[in-house]
Structure formats: structure tokens, C-alpha cells
Design a protein. Structure first.
Length: 216
């Protein structure tokens, strides 16, 4: 297994967000919800950009199928659908196809649908919202593996992501070693604090000055 991917699996979104803050990099994206599993997802990013259907000739390929076929096992598909149109960027057949491909999960800046099916497949779907409204006639795909925006973070193909019940965090590929090292230090500090609390150390001591200044 790729060492970076293995290390990513051992850090959560809060630790990554703290690391990004420490390194003065764009931090966590809030408000994207985990709908279909309780699992944390992490991996390399494959991006999709969706836009309003302006009447252009219909593609012979359904949206997001190119990304699924381009993905490697363990990749995470990240979709931008910021049109404001209530239309799903992802659905049940896509979830099954992605799962069979070995995709780790999907993250949508916008709505998705068929959440019950995704839950049946145990496929992680994170989305800004949920809907039953089809994409047909409403939105179209305009790019795969192109830069996109999620929250206020620019996401580039090949970047990394960690997403869980707290937030979604993106790590620029060029910064992965620095961010991982900082996140691992946060995790180690947090584990030591848990051990201290369980041993009876007062919480005011455990969460004292060293905790308040740990990101400086």
C-alpha cells in the first residue's frame, strides 16, 4: 500500500484541519454531510465539474462515469455542482459502479440522491445536500480531472482528502508530507491527553497552556 495513503488513514479531519491551520494553508470545509455510512474516507482526489445545462449537445456518457473509470482503487471522487439548481450530482448506479471499481467514496459540493441505495452498498457519500431530482435536463458535466472549488478551497486532481463526521479536509499534493507530519503530531498529542485524562489528571492540566499553544 502507498505509504502516504496508509498514513492518511490514521488521521482524522480535525487533526488535518489543525495541521493546515498550523501551516497557514486553507483549512476544513464545513457543512458537507456524511449521508450513507459512518466511515471516514481518505485518498487521492479525482475531480468532476458540473454546470447548468445550457442546451448544448447531450454527451453520450452519463455524468461522473468518466471519473469512475479513471479512478484507481482507493481514490475519492470530488464533485463541484455549485449551480444552485436542485439536481443530483450522483446516484445509486454511480455508487455501485464506483464501489465495484474500488473507489473509496464521493464528496459533493452540491446535492446527491439515492442515499438509501448508497447505504445498502455501504458506499460513503458526503454531500452538501440531498434531493430526488434528476440531473437530466438540468446539469451537465464540463470537466473531469480539472481544478474545482469546494467550500472556499481550490481542489486540484491528485490532491488528497480526509473526510469524516466533522468536516472535509483537502491537502495539496505538494504539501502532503508537511501536513501529514503535522497531523500525526496532533494525533499523538491527543492520544497522550486521552491517556492522561483516563489516569486521573485534572482536565484543566491536560488542556492547559501547552494545548492552547500547540498550533503555534
Amino acid at each position: 500500500m502507498d505509504d502516504i495513503i496508509a498514513r492518511l488513514r490514521d488521521v482524522d479531519a480535525c487533526a488535518v484541519s489543525d495541521a493546515l491551520d498550523k501551516l497557514k494553508l486553507p483549512s476544513a470545509v464545513s457543512g458537507i454531510h456524511r449521508f450513507s455510512t459512518d466511515r471516514r474516507v481518505s485518498g487521492r482526489v479525482v475531480t468532476v465539474r458540473l454546470e447548468k445545462d445550457d442546451g448544448r449537445a447531450a454527451s453520450s456518457r452519463h455524468l461522473c462515469t468518466t471519473a469512475i473509470e479513471a479512478a484507481q482503487p482507493g481514490d475519492v471522487i470530488v464533485i463541484e455542482q455549485r449551480t444552485g439548481i436542485d439536481a443530483a450530482s450522483w446516484g445509486g448506479n454511480l455508487a455501485l459502479g464506483a464501489q465495484l471499481r474500488g473507489v473509496a467514496g464521493v464528496i459533493i459540493e452540491g446535492p446527491g440522491r439515492d442515499m438509501d441505495e448508497a447505504r445498502q452498498y455501504d458506499f460513503p457519500v458526503f454531500a452538501r445536500d440531498h434531493t430526488a431530482r434528476t440531473a437530466r435536463g438540468r446539469i451537465v458535466e464540463t470537466g473531469t480531472n480539472v481544478p474545482i472549488t469546494v467550500g472556499d478551497v481550490t481542489v486540484t486532481p491528485g490532491d488528497y482528502v480526509v473526510a469524516d463526521g466533522s468536516a472535509v479536509t483537502f491537502i495539496p499534493a505538494a504539501e502532503i508530507e508537511h501536513v501529514l507530519a503535522a497531523a500525526e503530531a496532533v494525533v499523538a498529542k491527543e492520544r497522550a491527553m486521552v491517556a492522561a485524562l483516563r489516569s486521573g489528571t485534572p482536565i484543566s492540566q491536560v488542556m492547559g497552556k501547552s494545548y492552547e499553544t500547540m498550533l503555534k
